[in-house]
Design a protein around this ligand. Sequence first.
Ligand code: CA
Length: 240
Amino acid sequence: MRIPAFSRRGVAAVAVALIGTTSFFVAQRLLASDHQDTPEVELNPRMDINDVYAFPGSSADRIALVVTTSSPIAGQTASFDPNLLYQIKVDNTGDAVEDLVFQVSFDNGVGAAQRFQVRGPVAPSMTGTKTMVETSGTILQGTVGSNAGSATGLQAFAGLRADPFVIDLEQFFNIIPDRRPATGALAVQNGAPATSFRTPGVDFLRPFNALAIAIELPKSSLQSSAAADAKFGVWATISR
Ligand SMILES: [Ca+2]
């Protein structure tokens, strides 16, 4: 398992895998997230995966998969990038290679006028760093800010939501200043250099929104068998 230097997001994904109430395994090789990991991502927040979550769904047999981007700058008119392919990937055979993918793309609309399309779950034609837009299988279409699909089958949401991640990001950059972003409010030092988080803790992200993609469906749609201990791993990618 390999986790890059600034990997609060990657750590989050691992934590989900370990403590989730559904059955998961930790991928053998974890690249974790790309949060601020390259100059291109740093300057293009819509390309930047914030976090990946796997939550229990609306009933015991359902699961909700979520990927967030664009925090902590997403405002009311924030939009997904129509030139990017957002994917949630699922490995259900334990080899850290995706067996199923959800491919999410967006049109040129702005804010709540933007429309999205979800393809999947579908077996991908290509895996790993290579991607092909899939044309077979389920295709779900909806409008940003509204649910689309069926509450008993596949349903999806894309839009602005409160960033669910908890961290004192301001103090984090006082502890590790070389990770400070190049733009935005956090680009400016606020507070003295530090070696630890504040007490009591500060949920710095609480007032901030992220752009979220959430997909909820029966767990059986993702498992390779009906066995009670059937497991699968989940991660996300953004491609251009
Ligand atoms: Ca696999």
